[in-house]
Design a protein. Sequence first.
Length: 284
Amino acid sequence: MRILFLFIDGVGLRGRATDNPVNPEVCPALCRLVARHSKPIDACLGIEGLPQSATGQATMFTGVNCAAAMGRHCEGFPGPGLRKIIDENNLFLQLAKRKKKTAFADAFLIESPEDLAARRFKSVTTVMALTCPGTIRTVDDLMADRALMQDLTRETIQDRYPDIATITPRRAAAHLAAIAAENDFTLYEFFQTDVSGHSMDYQRACAVLRTYDDFLAALVELVEVNGITLVITSDHGNIENISDRGHTRNPIPFIAFGPREQQLRDKVSSLVDVTPAILEALGD
């Protein structure tokens, strides 16, 4: 049993509208998965205000309602209280205790985990990866096609790493499928959706979604052939309402496609349920 988890930042569910780029004309593969293999789940966690990345992601990757624990939605990078929850109880750690082979497929532009630990500001997934350094992938892994850049195509690093060739989204999908085939659990994080949502630029959002959709269309074929269960979800809404710079309180999609899809969907109704459902699906 293998699970490939795509965390796509800032994508909520909303009906068709002229300011919603998440539609079949822009991202048909994603919309097909949402229509046929998903359910709407809650990202608000019983707390007033707009859901935010730090508490949403920490909840997703620990199974703890971190917004309730903090008494509010926390944006950006996790502070000391959230880092303590992540350090003590995250998905990578729980999988390691079960002797599962785990990979974080995003490449960090570093030479060693020590470089990453020295950073002042760390995302939720960075804090989580540092608790299991074996999951961390570096520039060397990227050059060897054993990791992906957060933009898929590597275009954002050409000024710093001109010797690392750009690739197509479909090629990135092949690289990720190869990583997933070697691990019980693989995580890939994509946050350009959230960045483009905050920009309020409809054409930019469409371009980001089209790139991701090319990648996703190829990936779905590869995981199906290899019997890998694909899970996709977000931390909060944003890009589905490009007219507003902030996040939304819209439900988010929980997509499961593959051998364990029904089991996973049946267990998840909010971000709190994601980690427990994955642990149960992977078994002891």
